[in-house]
Design a protein around this ligand. Sequence first.
Ligand code: ATP
Ligand code: MG
Length: 245
Amino acid sequence: MKIISFLNFKGGVGKTTSTHCIGAALSELGKKVLLVDMDPQGTLSFFSTEEIINKSTFDLLLRKAGVTDCIMKLEEFDLIPSTIDLTVAELQLNITYNKEYRLKNSLSEIKENYDYILIDCPPSLSIFTLNSLVASTDLIIPCECELASMDGLNLLLKSLEDAINELNPTLNILGILPTKLDGRKKISGEIYEVLKESHPNIFPAIRINSKLSELGIEKKSIFKSDKNSKGAKDYLDIAKVIANV
Ligand SMILES: Nc1ncnc2c1ncn2[C@@H]1O[C@H](COP(=O)(O)OP(=O)(O)OP(=O)(O)O)[C@@H](O)[C@H]1O
Ligand SMILES: [Mg+2]
């Protein structure tokens, strides 16, 4: 089993879209999947369900509920959702012991029930990101095919080094995931080529696709709303690489 965090300190690069779509794609491949929303913005939860959220990562991290009580069983995957309440958990966690280990300890109780646990991180090196890094076996770094993203990527890899060495030295960087490849812009393809040259562990790129920007409207995955879309095809290819099929 793998626990994979989707992380980049830059906002809007496709962390949540990738967590959601790769989770659904792995489910298409017959894998048992749990998604964990570690972002107080709650976008992954918004994409996944319209059910009322009773227990969330807030309750999990502050030990207000057991892990099984926080799991929502959805059609394609299970979800530990988040709500804006999570914002205040940061202050409370700061005065607790083992504050970076709370997610890992909780997931250890249920991880054997899943083939993949995917964690959506917020765009910062917060206590939620540190909990995700500690709990994970692997890391995927979504990176937009844009000029500004390349500098950010090198900075990110450098600033992660210390956190990984201190907190989880066996954490494996599974790969960089180029997102929002725009076939109409020459520069977008050129940046993808540069990324490929400078990073050996790079996934095939996800193309810009309007269907992907509509997640959350129907609360359905891209595979249920339009499995023939470019977005569905691209993310299924990534899931096949991850699952080695
Ligand atoms: N391949 C794509 N094609 C078109 N739109 C996309 C694609 N990937 C992501 N988007 C859109 O880009 C925006 C940002 O995506 P997303 O929320 O997944 O990024 P994020 O990195 O999780 O952002 P944040 O840092 O705020 O958490 C969203 O509006 C999403 O619909
Ligand atoms: Mg997000």
